[in-house]
Design a protein around this ligand. Structure first.
Ligand SMILES: Cc1cc2nc3c(=O)[nH]c(=O)nc-3n(C[C@H](O)[C@H](O)[C@H](O)COP(=O)(O)OP(=O)(O)OC[C@H]3O[C@@H](n4cnc5c(N)ncnc54)[C@H](O)[C@@H]3O)c2cc1C
Length: 481
């Protein structure tokens, strides 16, 4: 039945959602509360996208450290709490960061920073603060490095942020756009960082300061629970979907075609809500977009990541949830011990260390075997004074191609070319981390999805003016680590 015939029967608008990561799932959940009839097409066999979880030897693991941050929009947080109930734990953050060759508690605590920061490092920081007014502002075009240098000074920029972004994005900080500093660096001056540390002091801190929400069965339980709720409201999830075309006539998207073996199925909704990478959408469009849009999409890059899971024969490796490694001497950016996220409810005699190794297909780590990566991993930890002295049972890996959007100096104009063209299409809305090329958290993906539901009209159209307002709100999203 076509969408027009459906509406004539007085039925709800129909929406086909592409992707069942948090954005796609939350859209299905919000839309099926009486706004639309929804089907979700997901390529993977499971829900959750980069926020999914899976078990290794009975231990729930995520794609790298994932926490649900209490700063989430109140409607989003209320829904997650209601859906998860007692399965949502409020956990204290207990991590460590490697700075100047020493371990400092992360999130930073004033007393710990005072006692443990190398004296020369602390003196430089104080000097940066005192001399900020007199420091010469960077000249030339603004970039990630100039904004950080001017705001935070050389000590923290050169010892923490610059090596960290080099590792995460594989680019020098002066080749990265200002947007990255705006989205990613919440402490934009040493005064603000000190303010954050003060708010960590018992007595001054709020109920959720220095804490995070985490479900008993891994971060992916949030997505899975929301899928069940959306299904209960009538949403249909099709996993393993092979989308071969997004069809359009002029500037109207008319359908999505999936293929199973030799059989093609045409999905004809009022709206296609896409949360898959915008670069993939450009490739799937039939007929293809204008050449300048194709060229712009080809210039947009995502950073990949290998997650290396070292499976150890011991109850626990450390007491910490995560270790952060800004220093370039170790290629991984962060290591998490999944058991420490849900209060070590996993089996005895086993723990897992998950390393986040930023890396693109074609780089040397990408094609390395699990065993080789495991050996390097143990070596890196040994060099940092964390030797693996217990038996390594085996190493497993997962590879994700779309871990982070790359905000290089040219990204804005390429993104705008693609975004403007996609936004000009009727019957189509792109959002989520991959759909808006946004370096966002899960709660931001949920907020975008709720906004996408908000703008669907009863006739199956999009309130574009309202969507523009929401897009403006999304600009204020700040990444929490
Ligand atoms: C290492 C790492 C750590 C992170 N830590 C945190 C954290 O602590 N807290 C937090 O809130 N967030 C964290 N995030 C961010 C979080 O993972 C994302 O914000 C969230 O997953 C975004 O949801 P999304 O639905 O927009 O995109 P995704 O999760 O990427 O989902 C997109 C979906 O589209 C599907 N898809 C892609 N192509 C196709 C296709 N052709 N056809 C059909 N389906 C397709 C994918 O399979 C996927 O399911 C982290 C991310 C990374 C990489």
């Amino acid at each position: 039945m076509t969408a027009d015939a459906d509406r004539e029967g007085g039925r709800l608008p129909r929406v086909t959602v592409l992707g069942a990561g948090p954005a796609g799932i939350a859209a299905a959940y919000a839309l099926t509360k009486g706004k639309a009839k929804v089907e979700v097409l997901e390529r993977a066999p499971v829900a959750g996208g980069n926020s999914t979880s899976f078990q290794i030897d009975g231990i729930w693991c995520d794609y790298g450290s994932h926490r649900f941050h209490p700063v989430a929009d109140e409607n989003v947080l209320a829904d997650v709490k209601a859906l998860l109930g007692d399965d949502l734990l409020l956990q204290p953050r207990h991590g460590r960061i490697r700075l100047g060759g020493r371990w400092i508690h992360f999130p930073l605590k004033l007393q710990d920073a005072l006692l443990k920061l190398p004296p020369a490092f602390a003196a430089s920081l104080i000097g940066d603060m005192a001399l900020k007014k007199f420091r010469k502002k960077s000249s030339g075009p603004r970039s990630f490095s100039s904004v950080l240098y001017d705001g935070l000074g050389p000590t923290i920029s050169e010892n923490f942020y610059f090596p960290y972004v080099r590792k995460l994005w594989g680019l020098d900080p002066d080749k990265l756009a200002v947007t990255l500093a705006e989205r990613r660096v919440s402490g934009s001056s040493i005064g603000k960082i000190l303010g954050k540390m003060l708010r960590m002091i018992p007595g001054l801190r709020g109920e959720t300061t220095g804490r995070f929400y985490y479900p008993k069965k891994g971060f992916g339980q949030i997505s899975n629970t929301m899928v069940s709720a959306a299904e209960g409201q009538g949403a249909a999830f099709r996993f393993g979907a092979n989308i071969v075309r997004i069809e359009r006539e002029g500037n109207r998207v008319t359908g999505v075609v999936t293929k199973d073996g030799d059989t093609e199925t045409r999905h004809e909704p009022d709206q296609v809500y896409s949360t898959i990478p915008l670069t993939t959408v450009v490739k799937l469009m039939d007929p293809p977009p204008p050449p300048e849009v194709i060229m712009a999409a080809e210039a947009i890059r995502f950073r990949g990541m290998i997650l290396v899971y070292l499976i150890l024969e011991t109850d626990r490796f450390t007491e910490y949830d995560a270790h952060y490694f800004p220093e370039l001497s170790i290629p991984i950016s962060r290591m998490s011990e999944p058991k420490n996220y849900n209060s070590a409810t996993g089996p005895k005699g086993r723990t897992i260390l998950c390393a986040e190794l930023p890396c693109d297909p074609g780089e040397k780590w990408w094609d390395m075997s699990d065993d080789e990566l495991g050996k390097h991993y143990c070596e890196w930890l040994g060099n940092l004074g964390l030797p693996v002295k217990v038996p390594v049972i085996r190493t497993e890996t997962r590879r994700i191609a779309h871990a982070y959007p790359v905000y290089d100096l040219d990204y804005q104009r390429h993104f705008e070319t693609v975004d403007n063209w996609l936004s000009s299409l009727d019957g189509f809305l792109s959002f989520g981390r991959q759909g808006l090329f946004a370096h966002d958290n899960t709660h931001h993906a949920f907020a975008m999805a709720y906004a996408a539901s908000d703008v669907l009209t009863a006739e199956g159209g999009i309130d574009r003016a309202r969507w523009a307002e929401h897009r403006h709100e999304f600009e204020s999203h700040r990444v929490e680590d």
